[in-house]
Design a protein around this ligand. Structure first.
Ligand SMILES: Cc1ncc(COP(=O)(O)O)c(C=O)c1O
Length: 390
């Protein structure tokens, strides 16, 4: 069994998180708690499947067959209560590449695309790089919790004649797991105004406690027709370096466009090891995932309790999902650039810059707690000590 408390040296593996941290944060000895991957080993069944495949020694072209498709159909049905068919699935190296292709396939140059900010940084370039315009439905924040301003959501859609909405569900970086009611409301507005929904559900399996993820497409047949969903086992099972994800689209017309886009760019299969890992994780990773969720919830509780006990200057926004803590650091009274320097130089922490998620993120930082307790303790203590010395 994977031991989530084992501290495993990742330096020297060309890890983005660990090997590039000193350079990125311009300080030696920074503890990396940034980019969204985990410091945990994958399920043993995944390692074993990869070892078996590697020892075969031939790595020619590979394609997902019926068995792999069924594994995906089963996972989506069992975990997201969403009934899909095998020929609704498209393969892609990642959710980010998928979103790039989907924006091109399902909107026109000059179109307006709605996003809910603050949000995962690539959402901005995914829209802008293809000559589309960003429309922001800023999430409201009362100091503790983020909510959707539905009036603003609808007004922005109407006023800008929005054609696409990119939903982040669960939402990175604020950690909300949208409720069925919230999803229904957004979907109803989108249906009313003919807006296509691109739903990025890469964090779908990483829900904490009693929270439950709902795939927006599962709400009704009409919503399903209006939606294209991006899923991936890579966030769930720590496989980001293997680049394996998929897109699900029910509507035939959208699928035609996707086919043109995906195949037109030569993207229609999965790499051999990504495919092997996806299948093994979905087949045999359930128990590991249960253990992971418990471990993440434990780390969240630890970090939140400890920080809130030792300082009033940093508030942890309670995450309902993901392993990313959104830290409200405005109590430190620093300008945003000063806050970044403080984290790097005083706390010696490599965190994600809140402002990279949109200007609403100024005064905030994002901390990745998907690591053994020892690492999380070290990170939290570094932060507390720096704050207490400030
Ligand atoms: C919301 C969201 N979408 C997509 C990605 C990245 O997906 P991929 O690595 O499959 O391109 C991330 C990674 O953190 C994410 O948080």
């Amino acid at each position: 069994m994977t031991n989530f408390e084992d501290v495993i040296e990742r330096k020297g593996t060309r890890s983005v998180k660990w090997d590039f941290a000193d350079m990125l944060f311009k300080n030696e000895g920074v503890l990396p708690m940034w980019v969204a991957d985990m410091d945990f080993q994958v399920p043993e069944a995944v390692t074993k499947a990869l070892q078996d495949r590697v020892s075969h020694g031939i790595f020619g072209y590979t394609m997902p067959d019926d068995e792999v498709k069924q594994t995906i159909v089963d996972w989506v049905s069992n975990h997201y209560d969403y009934k899909i068919e095998k020929d609704w699935i498209f393969y892609s190296p990642g959710v980010v590449p998928s979103l790039h292709m989907l924006v091109q396939a399902l909107s026109e140059v000059g179109d307006h695309v709605l996003i809910q900010t603050p949000v995962y940084p690539p959402f901005y370039s995914i829209v802008k790089n293809h000559g589309r315009h960003i429309v922001k439905n800023q999430l409201t924040f009362d100091g503790e919790r983020y909510e959707i301003d539905f009036d603003d959501f609808e007004q922005k859609i109407e006023k800008n004649n929005v054609s696409l909405f990119i939903l982040c569900s669960p939402h990175n970086p604020i950690g909300r797991v949208w409720t069925k009611e919230e999803l229904q409301k957004m979907a109803d507005i989108c249906l009313k105004h003919g807006v296509t929904i691109l739903s990025d559900e890469i964090h779908a399996d990483l829900v904490l406690g009693e929270n439950e993820h709902t795939s927006i497409a599962s709400l009704s047949e009409d919503i399903d027709e209006a939606t294209v969903t991006c899923y991936s086992p890579t966030k769930t099972f720590n496989l980001a370096g293997l680049q394996a994800s998929y897109v699900v689209a029910k509507d035939k017309k959208k699928r035609k466009r996707l086919e043109r886009q995906f195949h037109g760019q030569g993207i229609n299969m999965l790499n051999t090891l990504g495919l092997t890992a996806l299948e093994a994780a979905y087949r045999d990773g359930e128990e590991w995932l249960e253990g992971l969720r418990e471990k993440l919830a434990e780390n969240v509780t630890y970090a939140r309790d400890r920080l809130h006990k030792e300082t009033d200057s940093i508030r942890v926004i309670e995450p309902e999902g993901t392993y990313l803590l959104w830290l409200d650091c405005r109590g430190l009274g620093l300008e945003h650039e000063e806050l970044k320097t403080f984290m790097q130089e005083k706390a010696k922490l490599g965190l994600n810059d809140g402002a990279s998620f949109g200007e609403e993120g100024k005064g905030f930082m994002r901390m990745n707690i998907a690591a053994p307790k020892e690492t999380v303790v070290e990170g939290v203590e570094r932060l507390i000590q720096a704050v207490q010395k400030a």
